[in-house]
Design a protein around this ligand. Structure first.
Ligand SMILES: Nc1nc2c(c(=O)[nH]1)N[C@H]1C(S)=C(S)[C@@H](COP(=O)(O)OP(=O)(O)OC[C@H]3O[C@@H](n4cnc5c(=O)[nH]c(N)nc54)[C@H](O)[C@@H]3O)O[C@H]1N2
Ligand SMILES: Nc1nc2c(c(=O)[nH]1)N[C@H]1C(S)=C(S)[C@@H](COP(=O)(O)OP(=O)(O)OC[C@H]3O[C@@H](n4cnc5c(=O)[nH]c(N)nc54)[C@H](O)[C@@H]3O)O[C@H]1N2
Ligand code: SF4
Ligand SMILES: [Mo]
Length: 684
C-alpha cells in the first residue's frame, strides 16, 4: 500500500514527543522525498520541528540497516556479517527455546519509545513475551515518577485540553523547554501571550523558552516541591483560596494546610536558591489571576523527590479552583484519556496464571551484572532490544556497557541503525521506519488518535517489529490465532469500537470526546473522586500520604570532590539518542556540550570552547565547555543524548548519572547527579 507522486501519504510522527504531529509524506519513485506537517490537523497546523522535517534523510540514510547481521569476532568489536532472515530467526528461536526450557524469566525484552505506535511498540511483541513467560519490563525510564505523582493526586494521566492554554491569563511552564520539546504547545502559549497572558518559566536552565517568557525562576534542580509548598503557604496566608472548590472536590485539606504552613517563602527561597520576592510575586500572580494554567513536564521529576514534586504541583489548581475554567488547571500528560484496549492488544491473558519477575529498565546496568539469587531470580541470559538504545540512554552507562558486553549474554537488537547498543549484539535485525509500516497513535500532549499509513515499501530486507515477533512465534510453536493477525487488524484492535476507525482511515485522525473543563465539577478519577491532597493509597504502602520536599540525593555544593550539580536535558535537534547520526542535525548541534556558569568556569581555569572532563565516582565523560549564563552557578547542563561512539572519546553524559530511583514510580534520577569538571590537560 504505497502512494504515487501526486498524493502525499498521511502519517503520524512516531517519536516520544508530546505533540504527535500529523505528517504528509511525498513519495517519488518509491522514495520518501519530503515530509511536512498536515495543515488540516489543528494541533500540527502544518508545522513540524526541524528534526522530523528531515525525516526523509533519516529513512534513506546511507547507514540504514538493510539486512540481518550476525556478530563475528568478540563482543563489542562491531564486526558483523550478513545472514539470511531464515538463518537468523531459526538460530534466535533455537537459542531462546533452549533458555526458556530452563527458565523463560532468564529472557528479558528491553524496549521503550523509539516508536510510540501501539502496534510497532508492544502490539505483537507483548503477546510473544506473555506467551513465552519472559521477564516483564518495568518501563520507568522517562515518566513514571511524575505519572505516579499525578495518579496519586488527580487519579490518572489526565488534565486540561491543550488547546485551551491559548485562553489562559497566566501560564506556568514548569520543568519544560517547550520550544525544544513541545513546539506546538509553545505556539498556544504565544497566542495566550498576545492576548495578554503572563508566561513564567520554572527551570534551573535558562532555556530558549525561559528567554521568551516574562519571568524565569531558575531554581536549583529538585527543589520544585519546596517552591510549590511555599506557593501554597502564600495562598493560605493571603486567602487566595477557592474554599468552595476545596470543600467539595478535594481530600485532606487540613493536613495539607498544616504541611504548607511550614513553608514560608523565606524557607523555600533558601532551598530553591531564588530570591524570596520572586516566590511572593509568583504566588500573588497564581492566587489572583484567572484562568491560570500549568504546563508541567517531565523535566522536573528526574530527581529523588520527583514523584512528590509532581504531587505538590498537582495540588495547586484545586486550591485556587483553577479547574473551574477550561483554560485553567494543569497538564502533564493526556495519555490517560485514551481508551486503549490493552488486554485485547497486549494479551496478558497469555501469561496463563504465571507471574514472571519484573526487571526495572532503569537499573539494567546492575541487573545485567547480577548473578542468580532467590531475590532476583535467574541470571539474565538473553536480551531482545527493540525501540530503544539502552547503552546510550540508560543511567550509569559504564555498567550498562559491561553488562551488554558479557560474552555469555545472547543479545538481539531490532534497529534502523547500528547504534551503541547494536554494536554489542549477537544479531542485528533491520527494522522498518514509520514510512514503511502501519501504526496507530495516542498522544501525551493532545487528545487525538492518529493513524500512520506506510508511504513506501520496506527498505532493503527491513521487517516490521510485528513481523519479527510473528516469525519468532511460529518458530517457537505458538499456535494461538492472535499471532497471525496483521498490522491493520492490530490497529483496529487497539481501540475496538471505542473510535470510528473508518474516519481514521479517511482523515488520518479522530478527536476524542473529552469534556471542555474535565474537573470543573470535581469528578477526579481517584478512589474518592476528589483531588487527593492526602492519599490513602500511599499511606497504605507505608509512604507519606501528603506531598513533601525530598532533597536531592546529590544536590551539589555538599560533596567535597563533586561540588557541582548536573542536569542533562535534551539537545534540541536530537530526540533522546535518535537523530544523532543524521548529519544535517548533528551539524547544527556541533559537539556534546556542557554549559557552565562563568563563576564555576573561572576558578577551574575553564575557557569557553575548551574540552573538559566531567566526572564523579561512577565515571567520566568528555565534552566541550560552553561558558554560558544558560547555566546557573553551581549547576552544569550536559546536553544529551549523544551516541557514545559519535562523541569524542566514545562516551556520553550517562557515564556519570546514577541508577538511584525516585521516591514514587521507580524512575531514574538523571538530573540528580553531582560531578566535578576539569579542563582536559593537553596530551603528553
Ligand atoms: N527536541 C527534543 N524534544 C523532545 C525530546 C528530545 O530529546 N529532544 N525528548 C522527548 C521526551 S522523551 C520527553 S520525556 C519529553 C520531555 O519533555 P520536557 O520534560 O518538557 O522536556 P525537556 O526539554 O527535557 O525539558 C526539561 C526541562 O526541565 C529542566 N529541568 C531539569 N531539572 C529540573 C528540575 O529539577 N526542576 C525543574 N523545574 N526543571 C528542571 C531542564 O533544564 C529542561 O529545560 O520531551 C520530548 N521531546
Ligand atoms: N542523561 C539523560 N538520559 C536520558 C534522558 C535525559 O534527559 N538525560 N532522557 C530519558 C528519557 S525521557 C527517555 S524517554 C529515554 C529514551 O530512550 P529510548 O526510548 O531508548 O530513545 P532513543 O534513544 O530515541 O532510542 C530509540 C531507538 O529506537 C529505534 N527505533 C525507532 N523506531 C523503531 C521501530 O519502529 N522499530 C525498531 N526496532 N526500532 C525503532 C531508533 O532507531 C532508536 O535507536 O532516555 C532517557 N535517558
Ligand atoms: S518530534 Fe514532536 S514536534 Fe517534531 S514532528 Fe514529531 S511530534 Fe511533531
Ligand atoms: Mo522521555
Amino acid at each position: 500500500m504505497t502512494a504515487d507522486a501526486l498524493s502525499p501519504v498521511r502519517g503520524a510522527c512516531p517519536h516520544d514527543c508530546p505533540d504527535t504531529c500529523a505528517l504528509l509524506t511525498t513519495v517519488e519513485n518509491g522514495r520518501a522525498v519530503r515530509v511536512q506537517g498536515n495543515p488540516d490537523h489543528r494541533h500540527t497546523d502544518g508545522v513540524l520541528c526541524t528534526k522530523v522535517s528531515r525525516y526523509a534523510e533519516r529513512t534513506h540514510h546511507p547507514e540504514r540497516l538493510l539486512q540481518p547481521l550476525r556478530r563475528v569476532g568478540p563482543k563489542g568489536s562491531g564486526r558483523f556479517e550478513p545472514v539470511s532472515w531464515d538463518e537468523a530467526l531459526d538460530d534466535i528461536a533455537a537459542r531462546l527455546k533452549a533458555i526458556a526450557a530452563r527458565d523463560p524469566q532468564a529472557i528479558l525484552p528491553y524496549s521503550y519509545a523509539g516508536t510510540m505506535g501501539l502496534v510497532q511498540g508492544e502490539g505483537m511483541a507483548a503477546r510473544f513475551w506473555h506467551r513465552l513467560g519472559a521477564s516483564l519490563l518495568d518501563r520507568t525510564i522517562c515518566a513514571s515518577a511524575g505519572g505516579e505523582g499525578l495518579t496519586q493526586t488527580l487519579g490518572g494521566k489526565v488534565g486540561m485540553k491543550v488547546e485551551h492554554f491559548a485562553e489562559a491569563q497566566l501560564i506556568l511552564i514548569w520543568g519544560s523547554n517547550s520550544i525544544g520539546s513541545n513546539l506546538h504547545f509553545w505556539k498556544l502559549a504565544q497566542l495566550a501571550k498576545r492576548n495578554g497572558a503572563r508566561l513564567v518559566c520554572i527551570d534551573p536552565r535558562r532555556t530558549e523558552t525561559a528567554d521568551k517568557c516574562h519571568e524565569h525562576i531558575a531554581l536549583k534542580p529538585g527543589t520544585d516541591a519546596a517552591l510549590a509548598l511555599s506557593l501554597m503557604h502564600e495562598l493560605i496566608v493571603h486567602d487566595w483560596l477557592d474554599h468552595d472548590y476545596i470543600a467539595r472536590h478535594t481530600l485532606g485539606w487540613e493536613a495539607l494546610r498544616e504541611r504548607a504552613l511550614k513553608w514560608p517563602p523565606e524557607r523555600a527561597a533558601e532551598v530553591c536558591g531564588v530570591p524570596v520576592q520572586q516566590i511572593r510575586e509568583l504566588a500573588r500572580a497564581y492566587g489572583t489571576t484567572k484562568p491560570a494554567a500549568i504546563r508541567l513536564n517531565y523535566g522536573m521529576q528526574r530527581v529523588r523527590g520527583g514523584g512528590n514534586a509532581a504531587r505538590a504541583v498537582a495540588c495547586l489548581p484545586a486550591l485556587v479552583g483553577a479547574w473551574r475554567h477550561r483554560a485553567g488547571g494543569l497538564l502533564l500528560s493526556a495519555s490517560g484519556m485514551f481508551p486503549v484496549r490493552r488486554e485485547a492488544l497486549l494479551r496478558p491473558d497469555l501469561l496463563a496464571g504465571r507471574t514472571p519477575r519484573t526487571i526495572n529498565m532503569s537499573t539494567i546496568g546492575d541487573d545485567l551484572l547480577r548473578e542468580a539469587s532467590p531475590g532476583f531470580g535467574p541470571k539474565i541470559e538473553a536480551v531482545v532490544v527493540y525501540n530503544s538504545n539502552p547503552v546510550a540512554v540508560a543511567p550509569e552507562s559504564g555498567k550498562v556497557v559491561r553488562g551488554f558486553a558479557r560474552e555469555d549474554l545472547f543479545t538481539v537488537v531490532l534497529e534502523h541503525f547500528q547504534t551503541d547498543t547494536a554494536d554489542l549484539a549477537d544479531y542485528i535485525l533491520p527494522a522498518t521506519t514509520q514510512h514503511e509500516h502501519w501504526d496507530i497513535h495516542t498522544s501525551y500532549g493532545h487528545t487525538d488518535v492518529l493513524l500512520n499509513r506506510p508511504a513506501i515499501a520496506p527498505q532493503g530486507q527491513a521487517r516490521t517489529n510485528t513481523d519479527v515477533f510473528r516469525a519468532l512465534a511460529a518458530r517457537m510453536g505458538f499456535t494461538e490465532p492472535c499471532f497471525a493477525e496483521d498490522d491493520l487488524t492490530l490497529c483496529r484492535t487497539a481501540f475496538g469500537d471505542g473510535i470510528d476507525f473508518q474516519r481514521l482511515l479517511d482523515t488520518g485522525w479522530v478527536t476524542l470526546p473529552v469534556p471542555e473543563a474535565p474537573f470543573a465539577e470535581g469528578g477526579f478519577p481517584t478512589p474518592s473522586g476528589r483531588c487527593e491532597f492526602h492519599s490513602a493509597r500511599l499511606a497504605a504502602q507505608g509512604l507519606d500520604p501528603l506531598p513533601d520536599h525530598l532533597p536531592n540525593a546529590e544536590p551539589g555544593g555538599t560533596h567535597p570532590d563533586y561540588p557541582l550539580a548536573m542536569i542533562s536535558p535534551p539537545a534540541r535537534n536530537f530526540l533522546n539518542s535518535s537523530f544523532v547520526n543524521v548529519q544535517s542535525l548533528r551539524d547544527i548541534e556541533g559537539q556534546p556540550l556542557l554549559e557552565i556558569h562563568a563563576d564555576d568556569a573561572a576558578p577551574r581555569g575553564i575557557a569557553d570552547g575548551q574540552m573538559v572532563r566531567v566526572f564523579n565516582e561512577r565515571g567520566e565523560y568528555r565534552c566541550v565547555a560552553e561558558v554560558s549564563s544558560r547555566a546557573r552557578p553551581g549547576v552544569v547542563n550536559g546536553l544529551g543524548i549523544w551516541w557514545r561512539k559519535l562523541g569524542p572519546f566514545g562516551t556520553n553524559v550517562n557515564e556519570v548519572t546514577s541508577q538511584r530511583l525516585t521516591d514514587l514510580g521507580r524512575a531514574p534520577t538523571f538530573y540528580d547527579c553531582h560531578v566535578q569538571v576539569a579542563p582536559l590537560e593537553a596530551a603528553g
